[in-house]
Write a protein that binds this ligand. Structure first.
Ligand SMILES: Cc1cc2nc3c(=O)[nH]c(=O)nc-3n(C[C@H](O)[C@H](O)[C@H](O)COP(=O)(O)OP(=O)(O)OC[C@H]3O[C@@H](n4cnc5c(N)ncnc54)[C@H](O)[C@@H]3O)c2cc1C
Length: 485
């Protein structure tokens, strides 16, 4: 895995380096109300909210802050979860699904409010997101707009194919859904800002302090690290796929999915000519997700594997995808590429809530972790004080074993099949579109020919009619009146 993004590039936001706080290891025993394991978006969000609620909080991170997926996210803040809406409704019913969806909108508001805090520097907020369809299925668009806009009360606009292609110069996309209230931030700056906010609220964060064991018995739980021991009334497991020994049961419910992304070299004037949309763009099949950063670069995520692969291979995948979608850009140079593992649950929903008295979980945020970790932090912090039990909305989504190594192999197969299926469906849709264009041209030509034929026939008929007519009678000029002479 590549190291964290650095200032090697000149764009604002994602590409900017942020200063790091001096990191401290935990070398002494500590007693706290809440111990959070993992300092990614999830752990820091819980820590911030719990510290703001007045709890004493310690966060233990085995590596550095943002070492996991959180240090690499593309910064798109969208409503929803990684599970198709229809599946969500089928599982819990429309009202429950709508309440869950509303939580992600609340998560978005939390992120937006935090991004406005002075602790967030270089967060580079920009508005709008576009979800584009690889296939020409207007009926699906209408259905989705109905669910999102009417049933779930989200702000969405349907864009016809022409409008999508006006801003994205590619024939690969058909119609789309515009989310005017979605937004982008610099993922890395947000994470650093979150760390600052959590520290400011009183949370203590220790890096290079892996939790190796937990003794859950007793009201005060004991947490073991190589050099120290903690006692806490409550523990939040926010270690995602890296959690390991402290709770194998939770760790094994997550399928690790490495997501690849790359930042191109500056692309100059070519870029605005092919991409005229400032927000983030994703296709409905989850194949590509990208946006312009720093005015002239592309930040592009594509390609997933359930086993870690070499960065060069990922780079090739991203370069190929850019060339496929926007061939006008030509061969693009990649300045940096990176990948990190997100935790994906079997049911596709995050794991948020209390597993047993005093033991909480916040993980499984998958590919959409910004809004969902923000709401997880709030729900768990409020759940700790029993002021809010909305975390129970996630109760139908149990801890389901992800299948270990076999699960990863199957997961990779399913992903590849789905991706190939999506690409094939896109190719078929474009083939149909081209075939329909060809038919239209053929029909138009045939119509012109038919009209020409009709005109010729009409001409011939009129000529024949002319020949068949008797010669014109001598003209009967009016006889001039006799002259007066
Ligand atoms: C390339 C990429 C692009 C993405 N883009 C977006 C996007 O645009 N929008 C969006 O919403 N989401 C995006 N995501 C998803 C988002 O980044 C994740 O959902 C989110 O970061 C998950 O956060 P987390 O805290 O659960 O996990 P992580 O960030 O993985 O954090 C877990 C932390 O726990 C620590 N840990 C684990 N075990 C232990 C232990 N035993 N002791 C101590 N510490 C431990 C780890 O070291 C790690 O730092 C993207 C992800 C990737 C990889």
């Amino acid at each position: 895995m590549d190291s964290l993004p650095t200032s090697a590039t000149n764009g604002p936001g994602f590409t900017a380096e942020t200063e790091t706080e001096p990191h401290a290891r935990l070398n002494f025993d500590l007693d706290v109300d809440l111990c959070v394991i993992g300092a990614g978006l999830a752990g820091l969000s819980v820590a911030l909210e719990a510290a703001q609620a007045g709890l004493s909080v310690a966060v233990l991170e085995s590596g550095r802050i943002g070492w996991g997926a959180s240090g690499y996210n593309l910064g798109s803040v969208m409503p929803g979860y990684g599970v198709p809406i229809a599946d969500l409704i089928a599982r819990v019913g429309l009202d429950h699904a709508s309440a869950l969806w509303a939580l992600t909108r609340e998560g978005m508001e939390i992120v937006r409010a935090r991004a406005a805090d002075e602790a967030m520097t270089d967060v580079a907020l920009s508005d709008g997101a576009l979800e584009v369809s690889n296939v020409d299925r207007g009926d699906r668009l209408v259905e989705r707009l109905q669910t999102l806009g009417v049933d779930f009360g989200s702000e969405v606009e349907g864009w016809a194919t022409d409008k999508v292609r006006d801003v994205l110069r590619t024939d690969r996309y058909f119609h789309g859904i515009h989310y005017p209230t979605a937004f982008q931030i610099d993922g890395r700056s947000y994470l650093r800002g979150l760390e600052r906010l959590a520290r400011r609220a009183g949370a203590r964060i220790f890096e290079e302090t892996p939790v190796v064991e937990i003794d859950f018995s007793g009201i005060r739980k004991r947490i073991f690290t190589p050099n120290a021991r903690l006692r806490a009334s409550d523990i939040v497991l926010a270690g995602s796929v890296h959690l390991g020994a402290p709770s194998r049961r939770v760790a094994e419910t997550l399928l690790p999915v490495w997501r690849a992304a790359a930042l191109t070299a500056p692309l100059g004037d070519r870029l605005p000519e092919v991409i005229g949309f400032a927000g983030s763009i994703a296709d409905t099949d989850g194949v590509d997700h990208y946006r312009i950063v720093g005015g002239d670069r592309l930040l592009w995520a594509s390609g997933e594997t359930t086993f870690e692969v070499a960065p060069q291979r990922l780079e090739r995948i991203v370069r190929r995808r850019i060339r496929t979608v926007f061939p006008q850009l030509g061969g693009v140079a990649i300045d940096r590429s990176f990948s990190a593992a997100v935790g994906v649950t079997v049911h596709g929903m995050p794991q948020i809530g209390e597993l047993r008295p005093g033991l909480w979980v916040a993980s499984g945020f998958g590919r959409q972790g910004l809004a969902t970790t923000a709401i997880a932090g709030r729900l768990i912090a409020r759940g700790l004080s029993h002021a809010d039990e909305r975390w129970k909305l996630f109760s139908p989504f149990d801890l389901v074993w992800a299948g270990g190594r076999i699960g990863r192999i199957v997961g990779q197969g399913v992903y590849l099949a789905a991706r190939e299926g999506a690409l094939a469906a896109g190719a078929l849709a474009r083939y149909r579109e081209r075939a329909a264009d060809r038919t239209r041209v053929r029909d138009a030509r045939a119509e012109v020919k038919r009209e020409q034929r009709q005109a010729r026939v009409a001409l011939l008929r009129s000529a024949e009619t002319t020949r068949a007519l008797p010669p014109n009678p001598p003209s009967r000029r009016p006889v001039p009146p006799p002259s007066a002479e």
